[in-house]
Design a protein around this ligand. Structure first.
Ligand SMILES: Nc1ncnc2c1ncn2[C@@H]1O[C@H](COP(=O)(O)OP(=O)(O)O)[C@@H](O)[C@H]1O
Ligand SMILES: [Mg+2]
Length: 495
């Protein structure tokens, strides 16, 4: 269960709620216990104090008869008042005994009247609160200034006792104490019944939490699981994967990113598949020719020297074509692998244009094409890779000458503008249909396949141009009108 995201989230929720509940209940019970105890103690203290005052009052009432004459002369006073003094004292004790008995019943406690030295003077009736055991009043429990309450737990009896004392006056006016011993309910049973309620509430809370956690974790784990399954199918070779994007949270982002990735993988896979197909196709045509004509030579089918020469020419031509194709493929693979490093140096565009002019003028003439080169009047220096720039421009010039045909014009020109150099190759050829314009820079794409093939094109020239221009930090654009001509413009940074 804990292996899955859902299991872990649910378990975490469960633990968090359980721990908080336990902590909350513990604190609650602890403070409740303290509260109950404190109020018990305060109540008993107050009550004992009140009874102690009553007893004091009673003793005071009967006191004047005793103390009024005792000060001047003890013997005559004693003799005179002996019977009444005894009377009053008996009355007082009786009254006090009654009070103590009544109050003991009310307080459910044992009440003791204690003399200054701790001896018990009077004791309330009622059943002893502590069985047969004698419980001593704890040390230091008496205070002249007010009630004192202490609590003791007697492990042998398994009982809690509250001891409360309050100062009072004894029969002869001397200081005494009223003490109460009360067996109190331990807090635990009270707490116990509360624990049951807390536990019940806790169980309900836990059940609700589990349901919520289960729902929440499902909401989280479902998209994750969907993406995982889609990724597994992709790993197994099925690249056509798309997962549903719900909402806008992190899992939605994951699903969206997965879709973007799978789209890219699919495109890359299709490109690669097409590429391999295209390459094989391009290799097959020249190889078939070479095989056929060399076989003819071997078999002696080509008899006349002209025929033999013709066969050899074709073999030579096709080998060159294969070589060019492989050169292009190698270059593209280097570009793809990022292995092509630009070796930049100052290049004068005027020189470059003149060089190209001398390279192409012969061929243009033989094809019946007018080649015009408009070089700037003064040197135009570029800091760039000259081999690469030459490759770009020869590709464009090759195309222009190839597709323009007899009677047309090809113009090569360059100009500087705003820190950029613009080099254009314009022709008066057939032009390219607008819907084809975005495609011509793709690998192996040819507008008119049979025509391009006849002219010896493989459809890699412009894609190489574009990649090379980009490695030099520039851009390439094309403008074309069918029937009027095409212009390719390369823009490169001067620095
Ligand atoms: N100057 C041009 N005039 C007309 N069409 C062109 C021109 N340059 C390129 N194209 C079209 O763009 C296609 C792609 O060009 P390119 O990548 O150089 O391939 P290739 O020259 O090997 O056919 C060509 O097949 C051709 O149809
Ligand atoms: Mg080309």
């Amino acid at each position: 269960m804990f292996k899955t995201l859902r299991g872990r989230i649910t378990a975490t929720y469960f633990l968090v709620v359980l721990i908080s509940l336990l902590l909350a209940s513990l604190f609650f019970l602890f403070f409740l216990g303290r509260y109950i105890r404190t109020s018990d103690r305060e109540d008993l203290g107050r009550q004992v104090d009140a009874v102690a005052r009553d007893i004091k009052q009673v003793n005071r009432q009967f006191l004047p008869a005793v103390s009024g004459q005792s000060a001047p002369s003890k013997l005559p006073g004693q003799a005179q008042s002996a019977p009444s003094e005894q009377n009053t004292e008996v009355q007082a004790r009786k009254l006090i005994g009654n009070i103590m008995n009544t109050e003991a019943e009310v307080l459910e406690a044992k009440l003791l009247l204690v003399g200054p030295t701790g001896q018990v003077v009077e004791e309330s009736a009622g059943k002893p609160v502590f069985g047969n055991r004698v419980i001593q009043l704890p040390e230091g429990i008496f205070s002249e200034t007010g009630p004192v309450v202490v609590e003791r737990y007697f492990p042998g009896l398994r009982k809690d006792y509250l001891f409360a004392t309050a100062p009072t006056a004894l029969a002869k006016g001397q200081l005494g104490y009223l003490a109460a011993i009360k067996n109190i309910e331990p807090v635990r049973p009270v707490a116990g019944s509360l624990v049951a309620y807390v536990a019940l509430a806790g169980l309900i809370a836990l059940a609700l939490t589990m349901a919520l956690a289960f729902y929440l974790s499902s909401a989280i784990s479902r998209p994750v699981r969907e993406v995982t399954e889609a990724a597994q199918r992709m790993a197994a070779g099925d690249y056509d994967q798309e997962v549903e994007v719900r909402g806008s949270d992190e899992t939605a982002e994951l699903a969206h990113d997965f879709n973007v990735m799978s789209e890219r993988v699919r495109t890359a896979y299709e490109l690669q598949r097409d590429f391999v197909g295209n390459v094989s196709h391009e290799l097959r045509t020249p190889l078939t020719s070479i095989e056929g004509f060399s076989q003819a030579l071997l078999d002696g089918v080509s008899r006349s020297p002209e025929e033999q020469r013709r066969s050899l020419e074709i073999i030579n031509q096709e080998s060159k074509r294969l070589n060019r194709l492989l050169g292009d493929l190698l270059l593209l693979s280097q570009i793809d692998a990022g292995e092509l490093t630009a070796e930049k140096e100052p290049v004068d565009l005027v020189d470059m244009l003149r060089k190209l002019e001398s390279m192409y003028s012969g061929r243009a003439e033989s094809m019946g094409v007018t080649l015009r080169v408009d070089a700037p009047g003064r040197p135009l220096s570029l800091f760039t890779d000259s081999d690469r720039l030459e490759r770009i421009l020869t590709n464009l010039l090759d195309n222009a000458l190839k597709y323009t045909g007899e009677g047309g014009t090809v113009a090569l020109s360059a100009a500087a503008q705003d820190g950029f150099a613009r080099i254009s190759v314009a022709d008066t050829g057939p032009g390219i249909p607008p819907e084809q314009l975005p495609l011509i820079f793709e690998r192996f794409h040819r507008v008119d396949r049979s025509r391009a093939k006849k002219l010896g094109g493989s459809g890699l020239g412009l894609s190489i141009c574009k990649e090379l221009v980009e490695t030099l930090g520039g851009t390439i654009r094309v403008q074309s009108l069918v029937g009027q001509g095409t212009t390719f413009t390369v823009t490169l940074p001067v620095g």
